[in-house]
Design a protein around this ligand. Structure first.
Ligand code: HEC
Ligand code: HEC
Length: 449
């Protein structure tokens, strides 16, 4: 190639490059097209739309679906009558908004019309009157509780939702009133006290084979932020030490990638959703569990929860979207200034180093990919709650978002009041010989997750 042809080739090459560049560098018009979703291949777009629809549907179910459980909470227990009170066609004094808030029920401020918000602010709404509670129920603003009203506006039934236990509000309007925070466990909610208000607890007494005072004693022993999701399987209401058998309400966020759900790893998220909707909320669906044997779970001989089949199934078709929604909720990030950054950085090193927490709490799931179950001895605690599960084990708790549910304590039953106590327990059990500063560093790291 002589000098001349080299030059021509160079010019040609440059022009080809420029041509390519012109084709690739989009003009204003094609650029906006590339940015819009419609530029996606048809199948990708279809999947995107499906994802969004499923997520929205899951949110709706999580917040508002009763799965037909009003036949139990209203129809059988008549809990709505205790809420309405005698004056409004129910029984007893009724439940005022103040009383409802005091047992930890939450109000969704976004469901309140602006006029009502103004009235509340002006102190013109009677928060001591059960009629106001009924008005809030009519607005669908009581988180996790749905009122069923007849044509005359009388409360004739009620149902509950997942959001009752697994959502709270951000208190932006007032304590207990604000925007919804789905997936956050409601550690103020006193489920037992609420259920104990039900005028007809006889079916519960019959199922458990105990008298009414015992049922009430059990329900009021749970305390705020706790529920016993195994009581109506094995009938065990108290630990050998006399404390309640109830567990803390866990987070229902940050579960994507987490294999084993519940404190004892009963199954996957969708397994447990079916368990709860059918056997705890008393919705109408289908559920199969051969591990619910009469030997370990004696109540099953009466409840037959090992094999549930309702002809009017209102649960099964919703499980997909419900699971998808929970997996889509990220663990909340800790607010600025809520932990010491330098100490947390030291704690991070300890977590995977000297303290060896990462052996089980594998970053960044903070539980084990694969099997995350451990014997009670491994983590140095008693086997009471583990023995109430088919696994007989405890699951490594995923730790993200830990900062947001410190109320009520830690471990399944809240036995450790603070993170310091948790770390002190591990220090002793695993003979870690952490210095006071190292313990503090670990705690700050835990608060940063
Ligand atoms: C009455 C309160 C209550 C209601 C209502 C409730 N749950 Fe739960 N949920 C609990 C408790 C308590 C546990 C822990 C049980 C255990 O580990 O023994 C739990 C556990 C879970 C877990 C496992 C979390 C983890 O850390 O692995 C998920 C997921 C969950 N619930 C989702 C739901 C969904 C979805 C619904 C509605 C279908 C629902 N729950 C209704 C109280 C409730
Ligand atoms: C052998 C596995 C294992 C090791 C090692 C381990 N954990 Fe755990 N961790 C668990 C299990 C299992 C639970 C659930 C206990 C329960 O709920 O009763 C748990 C629970 C916790 C909790 C309570 C979470 C909650 O929401 O209640 C914290 C905090 C925690 N671990 C931090 C640590 C720290 C810090 C270390 C290191 C010092 C550590 N873990 C080491 C298995 C382990």
């Amino acid at each position: 190639m002589n000098h001349h042809t080299k030059k021509i080739a160079g010019v040609l090459f440059t022009s080809v490059l420029l041509l390519f560049a012109a084709a690739w560098l989009p003009s204003g018009k094609s650029k906006s097209k590339a940015a819009s979703a419609s530029a996606l291949p048809a199948n990708d777009e279809q999947n995107n739309n499906s994802m969004q629809a499923m997520f929205n549907q899951g949110r709706q179910i999580f917040r508002y679906d009763t799965f037909g459980d009003e036949d139990f909470w209203g129809g059988t227990l008549h809990l709505h009558q205790a809420i309405a009170g005698e004056k409004l066609g129910g029984v007893g004094p009724g439940v005022s908004p103040k009383a409802a808030l005091s047992v930890g029920l939450k109000v969704d401020a976004d469901a309140l019309p602006a006029s009502l918000v103004e009235q509340i602010k002006a102190g013109k709404v009677n928060l001591d009157d059960p009629a106001t509670t009924l008005a809030l129920l009519k607005l669908n603003s009581v988180v996790g509780v749905t009122g069923v009203f007849d044509k005359q506006g009388k409360l004739e039934g009620m149902g509950i939702q997942c959001a009752l236990c697994h959502s709270t509000v951000d208190d932006s309007f007032a304590p207990g009133i604000g925007h919804r925070l789905d997936g956050w466990p409601n550690r103020d909610l006193n489920v037992g006290v609420i259920v104990s208000l039900a005028p007809n607890l006889q079916p519960v007494a019959d199922l458990l084979g105990v008298d009414m005072p015992t049922v009430k004693k059990v329900l009021t022993s749970w305390g705020p932020g706790k529920y016993d999701a195994e009581l109506n399987q094995d009938g065990k209401a108290f630990q050998p030490n006399g404390k309640s058998a109830a567990t803390l309400l866990p987070a229902a966020y940050g579960l994507a990638g987490v294999n084993d759900a519940t404190y004892t790893g009963w199954g996957s998220v969708t397994y447990w959703n079916a368990y709860v909707a059918n056997t705890q909320m008393h919705g109408k669906g289908a559920f199969s569990e051969p591990r619910l044997t009469v030997a370990q779970f004696p109540v099953v001989s009466k409840s037959h929860y090992n094999q549930v089949r309702n002809s009017d199934d209102e649960i099964t078709s919703k499980l997909g979207a419900l699971q998808f929604y929970q997996l889509g909720i990220p663990a909340p990030k800790p607010p600025d200034g809520s932990f010491n950054k330098e100490e947390a950085a030291q704690g991070k090193v300890l977590f995977s180093g000297k303290a060896n927490c990462a052996r089980c709490h594998v970053p960044n799931l903070y539980t084990e990919p694969g099997s995350s179950l451990h014997t009670p001895e491994e983590i140095g605690i008693d086997d009471f709650h583990a023995s109430r599960s088919p696994t007989k084990m405890y699951r490594t708790t995923p730790l993200r978002g830990l900062w947001s549910h410190q109320k009520g304590g830690f471990y399944h039953d809240g036995r450790f009041q603070t993170l310091d106590e948790v770390v002190a327990h591990y220090d002793q059990h695993f003979k870690l010989q952490l210095t006071d500063q190292q313990k503090k560093d670990l705690v700050e790291f835990l608060k940063s997750l």
